[in-house]
Design a protein around this ligand. Structure first.
Ligand code: 2U9
Length: 369
């Protein structure tokens, strides 16, 4: 009967070691030493296998009791040590709730989106609404309706991404090369009067340091009665003064040619060279000044008005087109167009806008800065 007391001793020693374990690591060491693969209790349990059935009957209860006592003491001690560790941490770690929460990395509004918002804000003040349309167009809306019939050389100039498949009305499907199809669709759908700007992505298959296969444009269209070039000039001046938040913006309208406008004018803006940097404002004819080409525009070609379902003797209008990426570079001083599309977070953090800073033109058009 010597045997059983020996199990009791083993058990009380084990329970003492468990109670004495100072931390979770020490307790884990005791657990492995007792119940691990090479543990003393594990070994003891294995001896049951080599015993005679009588002997097993006699010894097994004490050994089983020893194993359960050790296992539950280990579990209790583990819970106690974990609770104590949490207490210590809670006591030591005091969270200063007045401290601002750590800033989650915030995205920024891309300069192109910012400029599009600013322009929508300005033109909304001028009574324009924003019109959008499909980026995948057919060549009737992208070219023919804009007075660029099949053989028109301008088609080639617009070096176009064509799709293999046929367009519903014959012709070819393509990625739009300008947002002008949106204006044609609007005239066909809503008739006159029209006061819209059409912002969006456009595609041309040329890619070099200053051209990217996809870029952003905003075109504007006004169709009504008795619209003349003066309305165009005033609208562009008012827009650019509000956009660049400068009252001394001076424009020069230079005769040009576009198939969809007649007469057509390129619009230049005057700038001064201030220690090598171009500062917009003033006439470009003054010494130390110059003219910078900004956008194209003109009175809408009669043929385009006809093909858009309107009577050119009844109504006429003006249109303009401008590259948004280019406007953003001018206003916010970026010098590399390609960076617009690189998705470099450092560039976006530097040139991006926080979603909260609404375009600063809430003073509205014509308000004194
Ligand atoms: C309709 C009638 C006329 C839109 C116009 C321009 C001149 C123009 C360029 C500016 C920079 C394209 O992004 S860019 O390369 N655009 O110069 N666009 S007039 O004329 C229209 C549009 C629609 C129905």
């Amino acid at each position: 009967m010597q045997e059983a007391p020996e199990i009791e001793t083993l058990k009380s020693d084990a329970l003492a070691r468990i109670a004495a374990a100072a931390d979770l690591a020490a307790l884990e060491a005791v657990r492995v030493d007792l119940l691990g693969k090479q543990g003393t209790i594990t070994a003891l349990l294995k001896t049951l296998g080599q015993m005679s059935p009588e002997e097993r009957l006699e010894k097994a209860p004490a050994i089983q009791a020893y194993r359960e006592a050790a296992a539950s003491a280990l579990a209790d001690r583990k819970a106690a040590l974990e609770a104590a560790a949490l207490e210590t941490r809670l006591a030591s770690e005091h969270v200063d709730l007045t401290l601002p929460a750590p800033q989650a990395p915030r995205g920024t509004v891309h300069p192109v989106s910012q400029v599009m918002d600013e322009m929508a804000e300005i033109f909304a003040d001028l009574g324009f609404s924003v019109a959008t349309g499909p980026e995948i167009e057919d060549d009737w809306f992208n070219f023919t309706a804009l007075n660029m019939p099949e053989s028109h050389p301008a088609r080639a100039m617009h070096d176009t991404f064509y799709f293999p498949d046929q367009a519903p009305k014959g012709g070819r499907m393509l990625l739009r090369t300008h947002t002008s199809p949106v204006q044609v669709r609007t005239m066909l759908a809503d008739g006159a009067p029209v006061r819209i700007i059409a912002p969006g992505r456009v595609y041309r298959s040329d890619s070099d340091a200053t051209h990217t296969p996809m870029f952003h444009q905003i075109e504007g269209l006004v169709i009504d009665r008795d619209i003349h070039l003066g309305h165009l000039k005033w609208t562009l001046e008012t827009f650019l003064k509000a956009f660049f938040e400068k009252d001394d913006i001076v424009l020069r309208l230079r005769p040009s040619y576009f198939p969809f406008t007649e007469p057509s004018v390129e619009v230049d803006v005057g700038f001064a060279l201030v220690n090598g940097k171009r500062v917009l404002g003033g006439s470009g004819d003054e010494s130390g000044h110059g003219w910078m080409e900004l956008l194209g525009s003109g009175m809408v070609n009669r043929k385009v008005i006809e093909m858009s379902g309107l009577d050119p003797d009844e109504c006429q209008g003006f249109a303009f087109g401008v590259g948004v990426d280019r406007l953003a570079m001018l206003k916010y001083g970026m010098d590399d167009l390609r960076a617009f599309f690189d998705g470099d977070v450092r560039w976006l953090q530097h040139y991006g806008f926080s979603g909260l800073d609404q375009p600063t033109l809430s003073a509205g058009v014509g308000a004194k800065a």
